[in-house]
Design a protein around this ligand. Structure first.
Ligand code: NAG
Ligand code: NAG
Ligand code: NAG
Length: 477
C-alpha cells in the first residue's frame, strides 16, 4: 500500500470489535465552567506558558544523529486478542536516528490517526512524549471492524529546534508591497509589520490594541491613499544546507467523502440569526459551504473573494458575513486593506439587543501568522479576548466560536508555514481563551483524523466543523 522508503511509520492490523457503533471523526468540544475572567493576560505570560508546555528539543548537530522515521519502530502496547468499541488502543513509538541508534530525548513532532478506509471512519490519537526517545500513542476505538494505525513523524526534534530558532524575533520572512492610488495616479512601496528602514514612513496604528503596520511613504501620494497589499516570501537563507535536508518532505494525498448534515436542519438552526465569520479563508470556507448547501442563501453583491463576502436568506432571516482579518496576511493577490478588519474592533461594532438578530461569531485565525514571531499572534489573541469579554457583557447570549487551525500541505515551505507553528499557535489559543465562555472547534483534530493536509480542507472536514459549531448553537444530537 505504501512504498517502504517513505519517511513514516505505518502499522496495519485487524481488530474485531463486537458492538455496532460508528462515528465519523472524534468531535472534541471544550465546555467549561464559565466564570467571569478577571485576570490580566500578558503576551509574555502566555508565551512562557506555551513554551513551558512544549518539550525541550535536541539541538541540531548532524543529520546522522537526528530522528528518522526510517529506522524507528511502532508497536502495539500490551496487545490483546480482542478489542471492543470504546477500548483504548495503545501504540509505543521508539524513535531512532538515521544510523538506527535509539534516541535518548523527546521533542519530535508526531501526528497519529486510526482509520478504516472502507467505512470512511477515522480518529486522531493522543500523543505522550515520554522524554526518553519513546512516545505513547493512544486511540479510542470508535467503530467495529478493521482498523489501520498510522503514525507520522512530521518533524524530528532537531528540526523543531531549528524552527523554534527561526521563529523568534523574525519579522522578515514575508515582505509586503503596498499600492497607493488616487485618481489615475498609482505608486507602490515596501510595507511590513516591523519595517527596518531609515526612510519616512506611513504608519497605520490601532492605538487601543497596540496594533501596527507601516509602509515606506510613497513619493507623492498621501498615506491615506493606501488601497491594497500583497506579499511574497523573502528569499533570505535561514538554514544551512544540512538543516534544509532536515526539513525536506514527502507529500501525500488521500481523499475521503462522507455524510453531510441536512440543509433543512441547518436552516432551522440558523433561522433568525446573524453569523459573523471573522478571520482567514479557512472560515471563508464556512460561508462557501453554507451558500452551496442552503438553497435560500445567496450572495449579496459586491463580493470581494479575498476580503469580504455577505450572503442572505431574507425569507428565513439568515445573514452570514465573512470578513478577512487585517495584516498580517500572505497573498500574491492585491488584498483591499480597507475591507480587512481587526477582529477586536469588529466585535465592538456588532449591534446587539432589542430588534437585533441573535449573534453568532466564528473566529478563525492562525495560518497567516505562522511566518511571524509568536508574540504578534498572542497580542492579537489577547485583543480578541478583551473584545469577546466586552461583547458578552453587552450581550450575554452572544455565542462565540473559535475555530482552531487545521493542518496544511506537507509541501509548504517549512521555515515559513510548518504545522509545528500551527501546533504552537493552537496551544496559545487554548491558553488565551481557556476561561472564557467560548466554544472551540478543534479543526486540527479533524484534519489529522481525516489526513487532509490542506490549508483549505475538503468539504467533509469543513462541514464537520460546521456541525460541531451548530450542535452548540442548536443542540443537535
Ligand atoms: C542548544 O543550543 C542553545 C544555543 O546554542 C543553548 O543555549 C542550549 O543550551 C542548547 N540546548 C541543549 C539541550 O544542549
Ligand atoms: C522510556 O520510558 C518508558 C516508560 O518509562 C519505557 O517504557 C521505555 O522503554 C523507555 N524508552 C527508552 C528508549 O528507554
Ligand atoms: C424575519 O424577521 C421579520 C422582522 O423582524 C419578522 O417579522 C419575520 O417573522 C421573520 N421571519 C422569520 C421566518 O423568522
Amino acid at each position: 500500500m505504501y512504498s517502504k522508503k517513505l519517511p513514516f511509520i505505518l502499522l496495519c492490523f485487524s481488530i474485531f470489535l463486537f458492538m455496532f457503533f460508528s462515528k465519523i471523526y472524534k468531535q472534541t468540544y471544550v465546555m467549561k465552567s464559565f466564570k467571569t475572567p478577571h485576570k490580566e493576560m500578558t503576551v509574555d505570560g502566555v508565551m512562557s506558558s506555551v513554551w513551558g508546555d512544549l518539550p525541550t528539543t535536541t539541538n541540531f548537530t548532524s543529520l546522522q544523529k537526528s530522528s528518522s522515521a526510517r529506522w524507528s519502530v511502532a508497536r502495539l502496547e500490551h496487545p490483546k486478542a480482542q478489542y471492543c468499541v470504546g477500548d483504548i488502543l495503545s501504540v509505543q513509538v521508539e524513535m531512532r536516528d538515521y544510523e538506527g541508534s535509539p534516541k535518548a530525548q523527546g521533542g519530535d513532532f508526531i501526528l497519529a490517526r486510526i482509520h478504516s478506509p472502507k467505512l470512511h471512519a477515522s480518529a486522531s490519537g493522543a500523543i505522550t512524549d515520554l522524554l526518553n526517545g519513546s512516545y505513547g500513542v493512544h486511540f479510542r476505538l470508535f467503530w467495529p471492524g478493521e482498523v489501520c494505525v498510522s503514525v507520522l513523524l512530521i518533524h524530528s526534534s532537531e528540526a523543531v529546534s531549528v524552527l523554534t530558532r527561526i521563529s523568534k524575533q523574525n519579522y522578515g520572512k514575508i515582505v509586503y508591497t503596498g499600492t497607493f492610488a488616487r485618481g489615475s495616479k498609482v505608486e507602490t512601496s515596501v510595507c511590513g509589520l516591523r519595517l527596518k528602514t531609515d526612510k519616512a514612513l506611513c504608519e497605520y496604528r490601532k492605538k487601543e490594541d497596540g496594533e501596527y503596520y507601516a509602509c515606506v511613504r510613497p513619493q507623492t501620494l498621501p498615506c491615506s491613499s493606501l488601497k491594497t497589499m500583497r506579499s511574497y516570501n523573502s528569499p533570505s537563507p535561514y538554514l544551512t544546507q544540512d538543516e534544509g535536508r532536515l526539513l525536506a518532505w514527502w507529500t501525500s494525498s488521500l481523499c475521503q467523502t462522507g455524510r453531510f448534515l441536512s440543509a433543512g436542519a441547518i436552516n432551522r438552526c440558523l433561522q433568525g440569526k446573524r453569523l459573523h465569520l471573522l478571520g482567514d479563508s479557512t472560515v471563508r470556507q464556512w460561508i462557501e459551504c453554507l451558500e452551496k448547501k442552503l438553497e435560500g442563501l445567496t450572495y449579496v453583491e459586491p463580493v470581494d473573494h479575498f476580503s469580504t463576502k455577505l450572503a442572505v436568506d431574507s425569507h428565513r432571516n439568515i445573514t452570514v458575513q465573512w470578513k478577512k482579518h487585517s495584516l498580517p496576511f500572505i497573498s500574491a493577490h492585491n488584498i483591499n486593506v480597507n475591507n480587512c478588519v481587526y477582529i477586536s474592533r469588529e466585535l465592538d461594532r456588532i449591534e446587539v439587543g432589542e430588534g437585533q438578530p441573535d449573534v453568532v461569531v466564528v473566529i478563525g485565525v492562525g495560518q497567516h501568522f505562522r511566518p511571524f514571531p509568536p508574540e504578534l499572534f498572542i497580542q492579537r489573541l489577547i485583543n480578541m479576548r478583551q473584545a469577546i469579554v466586552r461583547l458578552q457583557s453587552r450581550s450575554p447570549q452572544a455565542l462565540v466560536i473559535i475555530k482552531l487551525e487545521n493542518t496544511r500541505e506537507l509541501s509548504s515551505v517549512m521555515t515559513i508555514q510548518s504545522d509545528w507553528y500551527g501546533h504552537v499557535q493552537n496551544l496559545a489559543q487554548r491558553k488565551v481563551f481557556e476561561d472564557l465562555k467560548v466554544v472551540l472547534v478543534d479543526a486540527w483534530d479533524m484534519s489529522v483524523a481525516a489526513n487532509t493536509f490542506a490549508t483549505h480542507p475538503e468539504n467533509i472536514v469543513v462541514s464537520n466543523e460546521i456541525v460541531v459549531a451548530l450542535s452548540h448553537l442548536c443542540h443537535y444530537p
